[in-house]
Design a protein around this ligand. Structure first.
Ligand SMILES: *[C@@H]1O[C@H](CO)[C@@H](O)[C@H](O)[C@H]1NC(C)=O
Ligand SMILES: *[C@@H]1O[C@H](CO)[C@@H](O)[C@H](O)[C@H]1NC(C)=O
Length: 190
């Protein structure tokens, strides 16, 4: 009897670990949504912002599958080449979005250049460079991080204060959903 109870406990523990791992994996592949400009959104800077779009971007880590959410009015989001970014040239964008609430998904690693399509706004600082990390830069065993690999310079920075509150909320909501699912599963099958 005792051994069967121990076995059942071990089985439950293994199952629990597998479920937690599955939930974590689901969170990892789903990607983060970053709110560009926080509450202010995507707009021509007034100069009173605590940080520029690029200062914000530099503090975050972007992965393939993550998304940027641009919220704006009477404006647009242009994805441009590096040269057009530097010149604030709006005449030949790679992509143009004008819907006011654009969710842009990173489908590759490397640099992405965003500028406003409104004349003058880019020169006033409504521009953003994002570098999306190459998969090789992302610590491979993310579920069991080894301290030696990557020297702490790779992998997701979950606890970073740089992640804005919306991002954290996004993560938390995912996690709560995953946990809720787990408890439903345990309730139904245990
Ligand atoms: C956008 O344009 C409309 C019409 O020109 C104007 O009424 C509105 O105030 C503008 N909104 C902003 C945030 O500039
Ligand atoms: C913008 O790019 C176009 C096409 O490359 C070029 O003809 C134009 O002169 C550029 N405008 C500015 C202001 O650099």
């Amino acid at each position: 009897m005792a051994s069967s109870a121990a076995c059942s406990k071990a089985f439950n523990n293994a199952l629990f670990s597998a479920l937690v791992a599955a939930c974590l994996a689901a969170v990892l592949v789903s990607g983060f949504q970053f709110e560009v400009g926080g509450k202010t959104g995507w707009t021509k800077p007034t100069g009173k912002e605590p940080e520029t779009y690029n200062q914000w971007a530099a503090k975050n880590r972007f992965h393939i599958g993550d998304t940027l959410n641009f919220k704006y009015q009477n404006d647009s989001v242009l994805v441009v080449s590096s040269a057009d970014y530097l010149n604030c040239n709006t005449s030949n964008p790679i992509s143009k979005f004008e819907d006011g609430n654009t969710v842009f998904k990173f489908d590759r690693s490397g640099f992405f250049y965003f500028i406003s399509g409104q004349p003058g706004n880019c020169k006033s600082g409504q521009k953003l460079i994002v570098r999306v990390m190459h998969p090789s830069e992302v610590e491979a065993p993310e579920l069991a991080p080894s301290p030696s690999a990557g020297g702490g310079d790779s992998g997701r920075d979950w606890g970073s204060p740089s992640a804005n509150s919306t991002t954290k909320l996004f993560f938390v909501s995912y996690f709560v959903t995953a946990l809720a699912g787990l408890f439903v599963f345990l309730y139904v099958f245990m």
